[in-house]
Unconditional design. Structure first.
Length: 735
């Protein structure tokens, strides 16, 4: 009963099942939650980045018509810090003291009858500060330096010996800018108390954790907190953590005794829901003349907020990318007076891969080896750290198929040798690996009396397609038409689910549903076990298949029964089973935990006089294990490629010194890649079902972004001879 093949229901891809609700406006996003008597909160942010509040005067704001209350550190009740599951650590609880840790830190919440009244009164809250000099720069040595903050550093072999054995050595420093996630949907929270229990509608990628976190912060049992998050207007990682505005909304609603809604402003989205940290990275490589790597040494310094535990393995990725015997990777953090960071699509890999894949490109020129050949020369046949076999790896095929589709072999190897109508033409490529972050997940499956299915889990669909692929998967497992399966998510009353993050939800949830459906089938077989009237009498799970709305014998596909017939005959109204999935244990499976792989090929054109850079073609070949819905998976890779182009060429969050204010916190000033910047994006999936889990999927949400920036920078070098080691690549660097 394992689903590993492409079937009529799975693979090719059906349209999004939530599409009609979204385009007709029926899909209720968190900010759409409506309550009679709803009040509105507006948040006041600190105007300085460091120091303390010397005086705060809310009298003028309180006196405004329609204002219900103003909460500040002087009158806010105590809040505990929320829960900290991996990759979604709790943020410091708001309004607990007079210290200021960053610009934009919430110093007051104004609650009023209308959003307009709240926003107007928020401007009347008078705050005086005792300012101290903020730490804003990663290079500022006064900021505390954390080494190996999460135990991710890796050490294998002997890097010094590897360097000594090298015939050619390489060292360079790379820098990547701070980026901001910028989902289109402004994050919002609506909180409504009912006695001692609270319902929270929240913009989140992790419903179950908002429930646990709010419960912990407010000293409630989890059963007193219900979190609803059926839709999210994008997240790209910013919805992984529970942010202060969520806690403040719950607090405000309790204070005024009415439901309260908070919708962040766009500038607050820059300081209040995380960002991709900037990095400075030093990369050293040692190699033989034939291209064999003898040593990799990667040290990455990233920034982090004061009193925060953001996690971002930047250098770490260099330990698993290639088959090098001597590797050291070290991640360092500098604590600064900056807003709390968070994950942004492919956190860590996005920055670290840029350094590694740029460095390999440079090395290939020094060695006179084709960049693609250099990657193949160092192909990791086993997981380089553990030596265990991969549970699936088709990176070689990614390279081969990509090179073929792109026309890599027609590339003129010399720098600046390719021209077209006055433009310098460059071909660049990069390899991409993504980690494996599947977490414990639960699901519940029911077959109703009419033979239709009802499957649920507290998981999230953040625009990815969870609703669709889980309905498909359930239909396939139970042998039902997808139209007869209702799959629902986004409610913390449903079985626990981990974050839609780390590209791990499809694996975690898919395998939990697989387990639930198998247990459900077992319950049916328990009913028919000694049922003389059933053709399934005595059958075990291994003896049957599911199709046409019921169960059939494998040895005699003509004999079987529909679910409703079994239920009716036994006088049972419906049957339910709970299932779960856990990360496979390499100690038991003998296989490494294996994420997605990819190969990126890019063509750029550079105007040699104006420095104008255009990406004209991207070929992205991905090994995502078994693909559940190719249409949606492709959409993931296209979207992530757009994000990668943004990272490479446009996105840069700029902090003003010494105020610590984000200087470009609007869509007018913060550039993202738009339609007019988009090249032709060709996406291909290769590979086989992953052997580590029942459903055989690997994540595809982030791998599409990894490698795009390096491939672009490498293509720029090929076109122009300019080696650009800092992102974003801007016009002035190319003049
Ligand atoms: N899929 C598939 N076959 C697979 C794996 C995935 O068909 N083998 C498809 C499915 O449609 C699935 C989607 O790809 O819903 C993403 O699955 P997965 O890779 O498991 O990623 P998650 O469900 O964990 O989603 C999170 C991931 C991350 S970490 C970020 S960041 C991100 C991303 O997804 N943010 C997104 N994609 C996004 N897409 C949209 N529209 N909006 C975001 O904010
Ligand atoms: Mo994705 S950055 O792990 O939500």
């Amino acid at each position: 009963m394992t689903v590993t093949e492409t079937t009529a229901v799975l693979g090719a891809g059906i349209d999004r099942v939530d599409g009609p609700a979204k385009v007709t406006g029926r899909a209720a996003y968190p900010s759409d939650a409506a309550y009679p008597d709803l009040a509105y909160a507006a948040l006041v942010g600190s105007a300085v980045a460091a120091g303390r509040i010397s005086h705060i005067d809310a009298a003028a704001a309180c006196a405004e018509r329609g204002v219900l209350t103003v909460l500040t550190h002087e009158n806010a009740p105590k809040l505990e810090r929320g829960t900290s599951p991996p990759f979604a650590p709790a943020t410091p609880p708001p309004l607990q003291e007079d210290r200021i840790l960053h610009h934009g830190q919430y110093v007051a919440v104004v609650v009023a009858d209308t959003p307009q009244a709240a926003a107007a009164a928020a401007r009347l809250v008078a705050v005086s500060y005792e300012t101290s000099e903020p730490l804003l720069d990663a290079a500022d040595e006064r900021g505390e330096l954390l080494t190996d903050p999460w135990g991710f550093d890796t050490q294998r072999g002997d890097v010094a010996a590897g360097m000594a054995a090298a015939e050619i050595s390489y060292e360079a420093t790379f820098a990547t800018a701070e980026n901001t996630n910028n989902p289109l949907g402004l994050f919002a929270t609506v909180a409504a108390w009912n006695g001692d229990a609270v319902t929270v509608h929240d913009a989140t990628q992790f419903t179950s954790n908002v429930q646990a976190s709010v419960a912990q912060a407010f000293g409630l049992p989890q059963t007193a907190v219900r979190v609803l998050a059926p839709y999210l207007g994008g997240g790209f990682g910013s919805g992984l953590r529970v942010w202060p505005h969520t806690m403040l909304t719950v607090l405000a609603a309790r204070t005024v005794g009415r439901p309260v809604k908070t919708v962040l402003t766009r500038p607050q989205m820059f300081s209040g829901v995380g960002h991709r940290v900037d990095t400075v990275q030093t990369l050293k490589l040692g190699a033989k003349r034939d291209g064999e790597l003898t040593a990799i040494d990667h040290e990455a310094l990233q920034t982090v907020a004061l009193e925060d535990d953001n996690v971002e393995p930047v250098a770490y990725g260099s330990s698993v990318g290639y088959a090098c015997p001597n590797v050291s990777t070290r991640d360092l953090q500098r604590r600064l007076n900056i807003p709390v960071p968070g994950s942004m699509r492919a956190p860590g890999e996005a920055q670290g891969n840029f350094a590694l894949e740029s460095a390999l490109d440079e090395l290939s020129y020094e060695l006179g080896i084709d960049p693609l050949q250099l990657r193949l020369r160092n192909y990791a046949e086993q997981h380089p750290g553990s030596g265990l076999p991969w549970s699936s790896k088709a990176l070689r095929e990614c390279f081969a198929v990509g090179a073929e589709r792109f026309g890599w072999f027609s590339r003129e190897p010399a720098v600046g040798a390719m021209r077209d109508r006055g433009r310098c033409v460059g071909y660049g490529m990069a390899g991409a690996t993504y980690g494996w972050w599947q977490a414990h997940c639960e699901a519940r499956a029911t077959i109703a009396g009419d033979g239709s299915a009802f499957v649920r889990s507290a998981a999230n669909d953040i625009g990815t397609g969870t609703y669709t692929v889980m309905r498909q998967l359930s239909a396939e497992l139970l042998g039902l038409d997808p139209a007869r399966v209702r799959f629902d998510l986004g409610d913390s009353d449903m079985p626990y689910a981990p974050q839609a993050g780390g590209s791990g939800l499809t694996g975690a949830l898919g395998n939990a549903i697989d387990d639930a459906c198998k247990r459900l089938l077992q319950r049916f077989l328990d009913l028919t076990a000694d049922d003389d009237e059933s053709p399934l009498r005595g059958c075990s799970l291994d003896d049957v298949t599911t199709t046409d709305g019921g169960i059939r014998r494998r040895d005699d596909p003509g004999s079987g029964e529909r679910y409703e017939a079994i239920l009716a005959r036994h006088g049972v109204t419906d049957l339910t089973a709970d299932g779960e999935s856990n990360p496979p244990d390499p100690g038991q499976t003998g296989m490494a935990l294996t994420g997605a792989f990819g190969a990126k090929f890019v063509e750029v054109r550079v105007d040699p006089e104006l420095g104008l850079l255009r990406v004209v073609r991207v070929v992205s070949v991905i090994d995502g294990g078994r693909i559940l819905n190719e249409k949606l998976a492709r959409s993931q890779i296209v979207g992530a490629t757009v994000g990668g182009i943004g990272q490479a060429m446009f996105e840069e969050t700029i902090t003003d010194a010494p105020s610590g204010r984000i200087a470009n916190a609007t869509f007018g000033d913060y550039l993202v890649a738009v339609n007019a910047d988009m090249p032709d994006i060709d996406v291909v999936f290769v590979g086989a079902p992953d052997r580590n889990t029942a459903t055989g999927t690997k994540g595809v949400g982030e791998i599409g972004l990894v490698g795009v920036a390096a491939a672009i920078a490498n293509a720029v070098y090929h076109a122009t001879g300019r080696r650009l080691r800092s992102l974003p690549i801007t016009l002035d660097q190319l003049m």
